[in-house]
Design a protein around this ligand. Structure first.
Ligand SMILES: Cc1ncc(COP(=O)(O)O)c(C=O)c1O
Length: 394
C-alpha cells in the first residue's frame, strides 16, 4: 500500500530497534548484556501500583478519570514547591508520556517550514517529531570537547527565522546537565532572539554529585510566558510502561494541546492517573526516588571509570540521567571480527552480533563518534559488559 509521504520519511527509533534486537537474541538463549534500555531496571514502587489497582477496583474505568483534577493539582503544587514555578491546575495537561507531550507541542506550535533549534547530541525523537509536524530541525552541534553543551552564542547565530528551541537537561544521550548559570545564559539568548522553549525535564530527579537541577522557566521572570515545561513519571518513578507524562505552559498553548488531545487520545489511562497521583502525593515517593538516584549515581561513576580505562575510549562522567556517551572514534578504521569499523553503526553492530553487548550507536543522536550505554542495569551486568567491550576493542 502506498503510505503517506509524512510517514515514509520517518525511520523507526534506533534505540527501540537495538533494544528489540537484543531482546530477540536473549530470548533465543544468547547471553547478551544490554546497555540499550532507556528505562530504570527497578520496578514501580508498590504503593503506586496499589493506588492504581484500588482505582481500577473502584470502577475508575471511564473517560474522565476520577483522579484527573487532583493529579493536575498535585503537579501544579510540585511545580511550585520543587521548581519555583507558578501554574494553576488548568495550566497543566497530563499526556500519554512525555514523548506524547512533545509530539503534541510540535503539532500545536509548528506550521510547515517552521524552524526549531535542536542541540546535538539530541534525543532521537526530536527531529522526527518536528518533521512530522511539517517543521524543520536546525541542528546546533555541541561536541564532546565542549562537554556536549551549546553556548548562548550558538543560539544567537542560529536563531534567525527560527520559532523554537528544544532543551533537554539532564540529557539523553550524553548524561550531561547544564548548570543553573549556563541555563541562565541560554535564557538570555532565548529572550534576545524571541524563541519559544520546550524544556524537556524528564530526567529532573536523576542528578549526581554536586549538580543542581533548576527548571529552565524559573531562571528569569520573563521565561514562563515563552516556555513549556515537559516532564513525566517514566524515569523518576520507574513507570515507563504506565505512559504518563505532562506539560505546563502558557494558557494559549495549553488550550491548543487540549483541543488536539480531545480529537486524539482523549485522556491517558484513567486508573494509571490514580497511581501517578499517589506518586506525587505520598511521602514514600520522594524516599524511593532518592534510593534509586543513589544507586544510579554509583553505577554512573563506576561505568565511566571503567570505560575510560579502555584505550581509545573517552567518557565524560555523567551528571544526570542514566546514560554515558563515550567517544570511541579512535577505533574507526579498524577491522573487528571481519567488519571494517567506519562509524558508530558498525561498532554497535559488531558489539551486538560478535561481543554480545547491546549499545546504541551515536549516529541517530547526531554524534557518530560516540555510542550510548545505559547504566540502568546491575553492577554485575555493567562489569560483564564493559569486560566484553574492552576485549572487543583490545
Ligand atoms: C529526553 C527524553 N524525553 C522524553 C522521553 C519520553 O519519556 P516518556 O516515557 O515519558 O514518554 C524520553 C524517553 O526515553 C527521553 O529520553
Amino acid at each position: 500500500m502506498k503510505l503517506s509521504k509524512r510517514i515514509s520519511s520517518v525511520p523507526p527509533s534506533a534505540t527501540i530497534a537495538i533494544t528489540m534486537r537484543a531482546k530477540e537474541l536473549q530470548n533465543s538463549g544468547m547471553d547478551v548484556v544490554s546497555f540499550g534500555a532507556g528505562e530504570p531496571d527497578f520496578d514501580t514502587p508498590q504503593f503506586i501500583k496499589d493506588a492504581a489497582v484500588a482505582a481500577l477496583q473502584d470502577g475508575d474505568t471511564k473517560y474522565g478519570p476520577k483522579s484527573a483534577a487532583a493529579l493536575r493539582e498535585a503537579i501544579a503544587a510540585k511545580l511550585q514547591t520543587e521548581n519555583n514555578l507558578t501554574y494553576t491546575p488548568n495550566d497543566v495537561v497530563v499526556t500519554v508520556g512525555a514523548k506524547h507531550a512533545i509530539e503534541l507541542l510540535c503539532q500545536v506550535l509548528l506550521d510547515p517550514g517552521d524552524k526549531v533549534l535542536v542541540p546535538a547530541p539530541y534525543w532521537v525523537s526530536y527531529p522526527e517529531m518536528i518533521k512530522l509536524a511539517g517543521g524543520e530541525a536546525v541542528i546546533i552541534p555541541a561536541s564532546g570537547e565542549n562537554g556536549f553543551k551549546i553556548t548562548p552564542e550558538q543560539i544567537r547565530q542560529n536563531a534567525a527565522g527560527a520559532k523554537a528551541i528544544i532543551l533537554n537537561s539532564p540529557s539523553n544521550p550524553t548524561g550531561v546537565t547544564y548548570t543553573p548559570e549556563e541555563l541562565t545564559a541560554l535564557g538570555q539568548a532565548v529572550l534576545e532572539t524571541d524563541l519559544i522553549v520546550i524544556s524537556d525535564e524528564i530526567y529532573e530527579k536523576l542528578i549526581y554529585g554536586d549538580t543542581k537541577f533548576t527548571s529552565f522557566a524559573a531562571l528569569d521572570p520573563r521565561l514562563p510566558e515563552r516556555t513549556i515545561t515537559v516532564n513525566g513519571l517514566s524515569k523518576s518513578f520507574a513507570m515507563t510502561g504506565w505512559r504518563l507524562g505532562w506539560l505546563a505552559g502558557p494558557s494559549d498553548v495549553i488550550g491548543g494541546v487540549k483541543r488536539l488531545m480531545s480529537h486524539q487520545t482523549t485522556n491517558p489511562v484513567s486508573f494509571a492517573q490514580a497511581g501517578a497521583l499517589a506518586a506525587y502525593t505520598d511521602p514514600r515517593g520522594a524516599e524511593i526516588v532518592e534510593q534509586m538516584r543513589q544507586e544510579f549515581e554509583k553505577r554512573g561513576i563506576h561505568i565511566a571509570q571503567r570505560l575510560n580505562a579502555i584505550e581509545g575510549v573517552q567518557c565524560i562522567q555523567p551528571t544526570g540521567a542514566f546514560y554515558v556517551f563515550p567517544d570511541i572514534s579512535a577505533h574507526f578504521g579498524r577491522t573487528l571480527h571481519g567488519v571494517e569499523i567506519t562509524g558508530s553503526m558498525d561498532l554497535a553492530k559488531v558489539a551486538l552480533e560478535s561481543a554480545k553487548i547491546a549499545v546504541v550507536p551515536g549516529a541517530p543522536f547526531g554524534e557518530d563518534k560516540c555510542i550510548r550505554l545505559s547504566f540502568a542495569t546491575s553492577m554485575d551486568q555493567i562489569d560483564k559488559g564493559v569486560d566484553r567491550l574492552a576485549e572487543l576493542l583490545g
